[in-house]
Design a protein around this ligand. Structure first.
Ligand code: GDP
Length: 429
């Protein structure tokens, strides 16, 4: 069976932790989109890790971890991440990389920086990992597939020359930066080829066989619905689809193979980058939640930058779950809210004097004001609790109120960052 683990919100919902927990009973874990621009923080018996490219299943020796064709593959970062976890005592993971994955080129990272510089105050808040230039090139059909590294010197050099014609014009005339040297780029790609060779695989064929053998497969999403380029807060979105349905494309499996979609929803809101954020809070109130949030505060796993904070948003989360095609909700970081006397929740958006519970398009979203309802807090530490019934009544009321508002069953509750800090509520593992 294939299960997808995806986010309903702006990312950083705790997908890595849920993937790490469920990987115990899985054979294969696949990253199917995104790149090294976001990170998952995982805490387990080996220590604390920030993964950017590796799937969160790398900590078990029975798993195979796959970089699917939909990923923006930064080869040096992948290799470095493998070395880092091994140096921290994790057994060398079994990794396969799709021969159809495309490569983040050194110039994608440069173009990302140059474009942010050019846009100045109007930038999109990119992490400058080269993701937007990478996907632009992929769809402009001037990207490099991993397979092309093995296509021979002549073919590779010919393609480099062709692509650099465009790149160097932009560098000269738009960004006023140094040109890219074709020979240097060729040498870099030869190094990339040697680094990636041990992992390259015909992934869709491998997965076809795995499905026939009845293997347990997890698809691990990056970011969340609201950052999806089609269904998110365009243009303040990421460049690849964050939806479970894209898992079929980004891994090369049939769409109907995905039987469970576990949408990770965080008990409060956080976001990075620019864009409308209706339930956002500011000042001391935000700082207190930020510092207490997640494991050791809500600061980016890749960039270290402070995340924007807000109350739980039922409108955005209901929409986020719907677009994912949710079968199960994993409700995370509930423990963090234990300090509050009362917990505001955004239950509607007021736009031009009318209240709606349906998530609008971006220009309307920018006008939305939150309609808040306040629920009583539970004022205690709930970490360590393993049975749903043992949670304080107000905590259960909070969870059940949100379940009703979003309209999807919360079958997993996460009450701590650790692998085992999970309460299953009718979830079939
Ligand atoms: P991801 O990108 O969706 O995997 O999320 P991140 O790793 O960026 O952010 C989630 C943060 O919350 C990490 O620091 C996790 O260790 C932490 N976390 C996950 N689940 C829980 C939880 O239930 N409680 C607490 N306190 N922290 C959690």
């Amino acid at each position: 069976m294939v299960k997808a683990i995806v986010g309903a919100n702006w990312g950083d919902e705790g997908k890595g932790k849920i993937t790490d927990s469920l990987a115990e009973n899985s054979d294969i874990i696949i990253r199917f989109q995104g790149g090294a621009n976001a990170g998952h923080t995982i805490i387990n018996n080996y220590g604390k890790f920030a993964l950017h490219t590796l799937p969160s299943g790398v900590f078990y020796d029975h798993t195979t971890c796959i970089i699917g064709n939909g990923v923006a593959l930064n080869i040096p970062i992948l290799v470095k991440e493998i070395e880092e976890i091994v140096s921290q005592g994790v057994p060398k993971p079994r990794i396969l990389v799709s021969e159809r994955a495309q490569i983040v080129m050194p110039y994608h990272i440069l173009f990302d920086q140059y474009e942010e510089e050019r846009l100045g105050g109007k930038s999109f808040g990119s992490t400058k990992s080269g993701i937007a230039p990478f996907y632009s090139d992929k769809y402009a059909k001037i990207g490099f597939q991993v397979s092309e590294l093995f296509s021979g010197e002549e073919a590779l050099k010919e393609k480099i020359e062709r692509v650099l014609v465009q790149k160097n014009v932009l560098l000269d005339h738009l960004y006023h930066k140094p040109q890219i040297d074709a020979d240097e780029l060729y040498q870099t790609l030869v190094e990339y080829r040697d680094m990636i060779e041990p992992y390259v695989c015909n992934v869709s064929l491998y997965l076809d066989q795995a499905l026939k053998e009845g293997k347990e497969i997890l698809l691990e999403g990056q970011l969340g619905t609201l950052k999806d380029p089609d269904h998110g807060i365009y243009p303040m979105v990421t460049s690849s689809s964050t939806l479970a349905s894209y898992g079929a494309i980004g891994a090369g499996i049939p769409p109907y193979a995905i039987e469970k979609i576990i949408t990770v929803v965080k008990a409060y809101s956080s976001a990075v980058g620019a864009g409308a954020f209706v339930s956002e809070i500011f000042g001391d109130e935000a700082q207190e939640l930020r510092v207490r949030g997640g494991d050791g505060g809500e600061f980016g796993a890749t960039t270290g930058r402070p995340r924007r904070m807000g109350w739980f948003d039922c409108v955005a989360s209901k929409y986020g779950c719907r677009l994912q095609g949710t079968t199960d909700v994993a409700f995370t970081v509930v423990d963090v809210l234990g300090y509050l006397d009362e917990i505001p929740v955004c239950v509607g958006y007021e736009i031009d004097g009318e209240v709606t519970t349906e998530f609008p398009v971006t220009w309307q979203l920018e006008k939305a004001k939150p309609v808040l309802k306040t629920l009583p807090g539970w004022k205690c530490d709930i970490r360590g609790i393993r049975n749903y019934e043992d949670l304080p009544e107000n905590c259960r009321n909070y969870i059940e109120f949100i379940e009703e508002q979003i309209g999807y069953p919360i079958t997993i509750v996460s009450n701590g960052p650790g692998r085992d800090e999970v309460i299953y509520r009718g979830f079939e593992k």
